[in-house]
Design a protein around this ligand. Structure first.
Ligand code: SAM
Length: 219
């Protein structure tokens, strides 16, 4: 018989954040500066950050692609766990956010690991895709998740990871006819289905940290 899962609640969430967060005082300061710059507070959380850092170490990632970078919080979190010589390609459409990321990358002394690609991610990736990607982290416009995955999977290395954030769609993922942000919820539903059914993606799973991450390993 299956074990009844422990559902996350506020107390458990606080416990996890207080015990296992990747957030340093410097990363907390980045978020403060982002808020002062008018950048919305929609970055990943510290517990997700700790998990991503573990994946970066496990895969010995040398090349990471992040689609949707906002203030650079998740990218810098991953960069801090990366070995020297690695690169994170950040695709971000907002030019103010792009400049903010570049400034922060210098502050964290990871400017050699972070390349910011400014513009619409689909347009940019349709023109050129980095080779031999070890981790793809998709966290931009939800209706385009499947398109980003289709563009990027061919360049994922064998054993590389595809990860999509917001896999639980703010709690609405199980809605058959979603009323909350239907286009976004349906975009994530389509992505989760795509990951589950893809011929060359192994061990698809959903990790219920933050708003959930759907992930799989490239064959
Ligand atoms: N990954 C970031 C973090 O955790 O620190 C948060 C990313 S935020 C949820 C989504 C970002 O995707 C926003 O900064 C938004 O401007 C960007 N975005 C949305 N649509 C995009 C597109 N078509 N091309 C590039 N960036 C896009």
């Amino acid at each position: 018989m299956a074990i009844i899962p422990t559902l996350m609640n506020e107390a458990l969430s606080h416990y996890a954040e207080s015990m296992f967060s990747s957030e340093t005082p410097e990363l907390a300061q980045l978020l403060k500066e982002a808020e002062q710059a008018g950048i919305p507070p929609i970055s990943i959380g510290g517990v997700q950050g700790a998990f991503l850092q573990m994946l970066v170490q496990l895969t010995k990632a040398q090349t990471i692609v992040e689609v949707g970078s906002l203030a650079g919080y998740s990218a810098i979190t991953m960069a801090l766990a990366m070995k020297e010589g690695g690169t994170i390609h950040c695709y971000e459409k907002d030019s103010q956010y792009c400049s903010f990321i570049e400034r922060q990358a210098k502050k964290f002394n990871v400017q050699d690991r972070i390349i910011v690609h400014e513009g619409d991610a689909a347009n940019l990736l349709e023109q050129e895709i980095p080779a031999k990607i070890d981790i793809v982290f998709i966290d931009a416009d939800k209706p385009s998740y499947v398109h980003y995955a289709e563009l990027l999977i061919p360049s994922l290395t064998s054993g590389g990871l595809l990860i999509g954030d917001n896999a639980l769609a703010w709690g609405y993922i199980a809605d058959v006819e979603p009323e909350f942000e239907p286009e976004n919820v349906k975009g994530i539903q389509a992505f989760n289905e795509y990951v589950k059914r893809h011929e060359f993606l192994l061990h698809p799973c959903i990790v219920p940290l933050g708003d959930g991450m759907c992930m799989a390993v490239k064959q």
